[in-house]
Design a protein around this ligand. Structure first.
Ligand code: NAP
Length: 324
């Protein structure tokens, strides 16, 4: 089969090579899946660069979530077992963790319903206890994880403020349903949030960016607000002053969605049921901005790494015409 592999970590476009390799062999409790669609996530870029918290043995194939087909013909969502990631024709994945792909979504959308939406749901509901009528501030609101949080926030009855980098992303955030969009490249986030909320600030902040985004969040979070630390796409891990959290009565909540797979797998299943229901009702729909062939996967990962994309770029092997 064909698979993209990283032999030496580096920038995705240089580090990833498309190669002919043997089909992966399922281990104990695993199944082999034909990849129908593999969604690009920021962690794929970090994996290629050797900067992710998980360092698979070299050479490895990136690609952390897919919609695939089982050997008995079921359409499922799965997290492939690294080093055999999703940017390939076939993967292996744990059988017990397969989730049914919703009928209302195509393969690319189904692949994109998983990590971003689960992370959003756990962040907003389980960690931050977002309430209807509260103000939710989402950084990188036009991105993969951010666009999911915007949709989930609206579905939960929150007023949603989206922060984005640039005019094109601002249009995307508006189309997603943000009540206010702030372009961080030309506007003062703190002043705009305070003005919009009558000086109160945001009740919940969803932050996949870190760095300056976190600094702004701490300045415009409301009394008894909650900042959910989701990621550091900006490249800087904030080192917040805890006296500030004490003085202003706000909470800083860490979120590592992957941990629920071992700590509370039943909650992942329940969340998938909820996401499937929301997708069927049309309350959420993954923003798939591009479907690209397998041959274009490294370029797609590089563009996500560069922070220039909106929504999700999804690799669809059948677009190459060569899929078995
Ligand atoms: N905690 C968890 O369990 C969990 C789960 C999944 C993902 N994550 C994290 O969530 C983050 C977002 O992942 P994603 O796949 O959805 O990516 P993404 O949001 O689609 O892409 C990253 C976005 O971050 C913003 N950004 C700001 N500074 C950047 C920089 N220097 N380089 C690149 N991007 C920059 C850009 O949006 P603007 O230009 O609009 O600011 C960019 O579009 C990642 O940090 C990822 O590791 C965490």
């Amino acid at each position: 089969m064909q698979a993209w592999r990283v032999h030496t970590p580096g920038e995705p476009r240089e580090a990833m090579r498309l190669e002919e390799v043997p089909d992966p062999v399922p281990g104990d409790g695993e199944v082999r899946l034909k990849v129908l669609a593999a969604n690009v996530n920021f962690p794929d870029a970090l994996l290629a660069r050797g900067q992710y918290q998980i360092r698979p043995p070299l050479p490895f194939t990136p690609g952390v979530e897919i919609c695939g087909e089982t050997e008995d013909g079921r359409r499922v969502i799965a997290n492939p077992t690294l080093p055999h990631g999703g940017f390939a024709e076939y993967v292996t994945a744990p059988a017990h963790a397969l989730l049914p792909a919703p009928d209302t979504l195509d393969d690319a959308e189904a692949a994109a319903l998983h990590i971003g939406y689960q992370t959003g749901w756990f962040g907003l509901h389980r960690r931050a206890r977002l309430q209807p009528g509260e103000t939710l501030l989402v950084h990188a609101a036009a991105g993969g994880v951010g666009s999911a949080a915007v949709q989930l926030g609206k579905a939960a009855g929150a007023t949603v403020v989206g922060v984005v980098g640039g005019k094109a992303k601002a249009r995307t955030a508006e189309e997603l349903g943000c009540d206010l969009v702030i372009d961080r490249t030309g506007e003062d986030i703190v002043a705009r949030v305070k003005e919009f909320t009558g000086g109160r600030g945001a009740d919940v902040v969803y932050d996949p960016v870190g760095g300056d985004a976190y600094t702004a969040s701490a300045k415009c979070v409301a009394f008894e607000g909650r900042i959910v630390v989701v990621g550091f796409a900006g490249g800087t891990v904030p080192a917040p002053a805890l006296n500030h959290a004490l003085v202003k009565n706000y909470a800083i909540l860490g979120l590592h969605w992957g941990l629920y797979a071992t700590k509370d797998p039943a909650a992942i299943l329940a969340c998938h049921g909820e996401l499937t229901r929301l997708a069927a009702e049309g309350a959420v729909r993954p923003l798939v901005s591009e479907r690209v062939p397998l041959t274009a996967a490294a370029d797609a990962v590089q563009r996500v790494a560069d922070g220039t994309t909106t929504g999700r770029l999804v690799v669809v092997p059948s677009l190459d015409g060569g899929s078995r």
